[in-house]
Design a protein around this ligand. Structure first.
Ligand code: KIV
Ligand code: ZN
Length: 515
């Protein structure tokens, strides 16, 4: 039998805890379907007890997904566990993931509980969860900073109660590969019933070592890695799924492990998650960054042309970068467009959605001669993000002027609740003037905490993809917009962010604090 590495994706739970990455039920469902297509083993769909919105999202995913196990997080208490079980009731295969902090720091300062109380609560929670399912995961939160003797006691007890997966969380990304790997090995060796559970790693990337730490855990016997698409997650993020999968596949000679993931779905999944959350992928990001397979230096290009593996250890097409970047244009028809969507792994839900995307494609092709795969991904993402909030505000028209020595001016026409309105403003640049004009009509009163522009594909003809992050009364949202004109892209992103901010279906990021 081959030794298999279980890929546990937590994009929809831990990934969603990134500022501004909160998603609606529909968005989560769309990503869950794509994760199923990617063939991840476990999808952590959310934290059912954290809000009604998250409960509904976990339930919808559990009701829909058939080929991956669906999991809900729950704190170590009966109410959370019951909510998780309720949300997962219709899943073909389900898992309850319960956790409690075990480090002295967290027990004393956060939980205000004694180690004995934590020990009892961990045991009783796993016992309670086992009444609903025989697939129960237990995580000692802040495990990597916990006293190993105490960890041994707690883990032995929860395995006795029926926990089937033990997940050692490096909650604050404090681990060092050698030490974290050793911790996994020591725990497995010291705990008498350790062979009754699958060992799992869950690492955060605060010191940029989440992937290295996870792989060190794997080398010391862990057989599940918890990870997210694009490494999304709180603060510096989580272990990145694409890096783990491709490391284990590319260096099979070293790891000797099988993974069930369909790697050709990696890039489409990455694009979908980036589009929905507004967290753009840095160009030099391993595997899914725009430059991951681009060879700029003459020596490298020459080598790759002579023999590909001189400078390439993976094939772009194996991770879902289209092998053949057929460029579409103005004259391309609906059939060619639909075929391209299919080749890129983009699934739209209805013919109406395909028609809407085709119309966007035609509009773009009128303004841009060559339409690259990246442009198609962006226009679909924009369509998807546009649909996610009830759009109170629409961008009808805009213009602006700027010249050296003159103050830039902008005029915008918006529809707000179906009524057309216009406004003018000045600013220190055309983007600033445009966003001020929009704000004067929309009156969101939000603070902008991030504005970023990313060029999609190469050249000055490329589309700009803008992300805007707005914050108001503790709520954080990201808006995205793409257009060959970056001022228009900025206006689209700003309007998208305001719509999200004001949408009743958006919700706060779940925050995990007390048991
Ligand atoms: O980082 C962490 O500790 C977690 C746990 C809930 C597993 O996400
Ligand atoms: Zn985490």
């Amino acid at each position: 039998m081959t030794d298999r590495l279980i890929i546990f994706d937590t994009t929809l739970r831990d990934g969603e805890q990134s500022p501004g990455a909160s998603m609606t039920k529909e968005e989560k469902l769309r990503i869950a379907r794509q994760l199923e297509k990617l063939r991840v083993d476990v999808i952590e769909a959310g934290f059912a007890a954290s809000s009604n919105g998250d409960f509904e999202a976990v339930k919808a995913i559990a009701d829909t997904i058939k080929d991956s196990t669906v999991c809900s997080l729950s704190r170590a208490n009966d109410r959370d566990i019951s909510r998780a079980a309720e949300a997962l009731a219709n899943a073909k295969s389900s898992r309850i993931h319960t956790f409690i902090a075990t480090s002295v720091l967290h027990m004393e300062k956060k939980l205000r509980m004694s180690p004995e109380e934590v020990y009892d609560q961990a045991r009783l929670s796993v016992r309670f969860a086992r009444q609903f399912t025989d697939n129960v995961e237990f995580s000692p939160e802040d495990g990597s900073r916990s006293d190993p003797d105490f960890l041994c006691r707690v883990i032995e007890a929860v395995i006795d109660e029926g926990a089937t997966t033990i997940n050692i969380a490096d909650t604050v990304g404090y681990g060092i590969p050698e030490l974290y790997g050793k911790l996994i090995r020591d725990l497995r060796e010291r705990i008498p019933n350790s062979d009754k559970a699958v060992w799992s790693v869950h690492c955060h990337n605060d010191l940029g070592m989440a992937v290295a730490n996870s792989l060190a855990g794997v080398m010391n016997g862990a057989r599940q890695v918890e990870c997210t698409i694009n490494g999304l997650g709180e603060r510096a993020g989580n272990t990145s799924l694409e890096e783990i999968v491709m490391a284990v596949k590319t260096r099979r000679d070293y790891f000797g492990l099988e993974v069930g993931v369909d790697t050709t779905q990696i890039v489409p999944t990455s694009r979908l998650v980036a589009g929905i959350t507004g967290f753009v992928v840095q160009p030099n990001k391993a595997v899914v960054g725009a430059n991951a397979f681009a060879h700029a230096s003459g020596i490298h290009q020459d080598g790759v042309l002579k023999q590909r593996d001189t400078y390439e250890i993976m094939r772009a097409e194996d991770v879902g970068w289209a092998a053949n970047k057929i460029v579409l244009g103005k004259l391309s028809g609906r059939t060619a467009f639909k075929q391209r969507l299919q080749e890129l792994g983009i699934e739209l839900e209805s013919e109406t959605e395909v028609n809407a995307a085709f119309q966007r494609f035609k509009d773009l092709a009128d303004r841009k001669a060559d339409i690259f795969d990246e442009d198609i991904h962006a226009l679909v993402s924009e369509q998807v993000t546009g649909q996610r909030s009830e759009e109170r505000i629409g961008l009808v028209a805009m213009s602006q002027s700027s010249a050296i020595g003159e103050q830039p001016k902008a005029q915008v026409i918006l529809t707000i609740d179906g009524k057309e309105m216009s406004a003018e403003s000045t600013g220190n640049g055309p983007v600033d003037a445009t966003l001020r004009a929009i704000e004067s009509l929309a009156g969101s009163g939000a603070d902008m905490t991030l504005y970023s522009v990313n060029a999609i594909s190469g050249g000055t003809e490329a589309q700009g993809e803008v992300t805007v992050r707005l914050q108001k009364s503790g709520r954080v949202v990201n808006g995205v917009g793409a257009d060959p004109d970056i001022v228009v892209a900025s206006a689209k992103a700003y309007v998208n962010a305001i719509n999200r901010l004001q949408s009743p279906v958006e919700r706060l990021n779940p925050q995990i604090t007390t048991p």
